[in-house]
Design a binder for this molecule. Structure first.
Ligand SMILES: Nc1ncnc2c1ncn2[C@@H]1O[C@H](COP(=O)(O)OP(=O)(O)O)[C@@H](O)[C@H]1O
Ligand SMILES: [Mg+2]
Length: 382
């Protein structure tokens, strides 16, 4: 079956109503380390990817992203759990179901695209077709490779070798190779991590528009939060083999469920303390700089907690200019960063970062403030 001409070419938004392309459930994978101890690389992961959705697995090195991707692809066998692709169970630890990778109708794109250097773009794209069983006829291969080249917008590149192509062109050829068989699922393992920053930005934008246009579902592994925010419909933030939060980028940024997620995505100001009381809409902590009011949180009075707020929500006011969360401070640094300025202010040992034009020179006495609704109160641990 080929999806290319009809389904893939149609613009689609990821739909809730359709059968997920990927459903993984209760996946566990442990490795034995050299010292004999056991590492749970993937620790009870369940998630779904919808048709046309761009899902990013984001987390630090070693948190299990690649292992999870390889389990979905069938390159790694999980100890427990199941993988269902388009409604068909392709792996189930319990029942001994384990479809080989070539029967899972997906492609994987690795670091720097892993194109064959000794093959032309045409032959690179044709490779999966020529190795398919049953093997399509020559005219069919020819037609489908040309269609794939056309779809990624580089019909003229067929005879070029990878070293004769720009990074963007190589990315297009890798994508063409991934979708030539009609697969509606592409797995990416940090494809841009070897590319320098400027080119990476450009390739990201290109990948974004190609994915949205062609409409395949993507599972994309990265440790780069900017990349994740830019590309994803939804982000799964991972830590120690677990999904710590799965949501759209804005929710991950504005409503992180834990300190771990907040720290992994963007910078934050943090004040640790103890919950002293709840009011109608706020929860109040006692901290080194006095009381801090945040959006009401479901935490017991007496619990250790942390108030987390973003630098762009943090402001300077005249003394007496704020009723709550007013911390007399001194500006200790003003960092001109081009598009914006970062101001650092300190109240004793506690420092605050502020983004935006604050017009306060180093050494100025100021009052730092933030609205309670812009402060998240999170458990101290996790
Ligand atoms: N084949 C393996 N043998 C032993 N340990 C492994 C193997 N593959 C991965 N691991 C371990 O599993 C954990 C997760 O690895 P990985 O999935 O590669 O993380 P990531 O891609 O997020 O950097 C790491 O602690 C890693 O050392
Ligand atoms: Mg990895």
């Amino acid at each position: 079956m080929t999806l290319m001409s009809q389904d893939l070419a149609a613009r689609r938004e990821p739909g809730d109503e359709q059968e997920p392309v990927v459903r993984v459930s209760g996946l566990v994978k442990a490795f034995r380390r050299a010292d004999g101890s056991i590492a749970r690389a993937v620790d009870d992961v369940s998630l779904e990817v919808r048709p046309g959705e761009f899902l990013v697995l984001l987390g630090p090195s070693g948190c299990g992203k690649t292992t999870l991707l390889r389990i979905i692809a069938g390159l790694e066998r999980a100890d427990a759990g199941s993988v269902t692709l388009r409604g068909e169970e392709v792996f189930a630890a319990q029942r001994g179901v384990d479809l080989p990778p070539e029967r899972r109708r997906l492609s994987m794109i690795f670091q720097s695209y892993a194109l064959w250097p000794h093959m032309t773009a045409f032959d690179n794209i044709a490779y999966p077709l020529r190795n398919a069983r049953p093997k399509p006829g020559r005219a069919d291969v020819d037609r489908r490779v040309r269609a794939a080249l056309e779809m990624v917008g580089t019909p003229e590149l067929g005879r070029q070798y990878p070293n004769q192509m720009s990074g963007g062109q190589q990315q297009r050829i890798a994508l063409a190779r991934a979708i030539v068989g009609g697969d509606d699922l592409v797995l990416f393992d940090e494809p841009l991590s070897n590319v320098d920053a400027k080119v990476r930005e450009q390739l990201r934008l290109e990948l974004l528009s190609l994915q949205r246009e062609l409409g395949f579902a993507a599972v994309y592994v990265t440790h780069d939060q900017t990349e994740a925010m830019e590309l994803a419909h939804r982000i799964a933030v991972m830590g120690h083999g677990r999904v710590r939060q799965l949501a759209d980028p804005a929710t991950i940024y504005r409503r992180p469920v834990s300190r771990y997620v907040a720290n992994f995505v963007g910078t934050s100001n943090e004040l640790t303390g103890t919950v002293v009381r709840h009011e109608e809409r706020t929860t109040v902590l006692r901290t080194v700089v006095g009381e801090v009011a945040g959006a009401r949180a479901d935490l017991a009075v007496g619990a250790e907690a942390v108030a987390v707020f973003r630098p762009e929500r943090t402001r300077l006011v005249a003394a007496g200019g704020a009723e709550e969360n007013a911390w007399p401070s001194e500006v200790t640094a003003v960092l001109f960063l081009g598009a914006h300025t970062e101001t650092v202010a300190k109240a004793g040992e506690q420092s605050f970062r502020l983004l935006g034009d604050h017009d306060a020179a180093e050494g100025t006495r100021v009052t730092v403030t933030v609205r309670a609704e812009d402060v998240l109160i999170l458990p101290a641990e996790g």
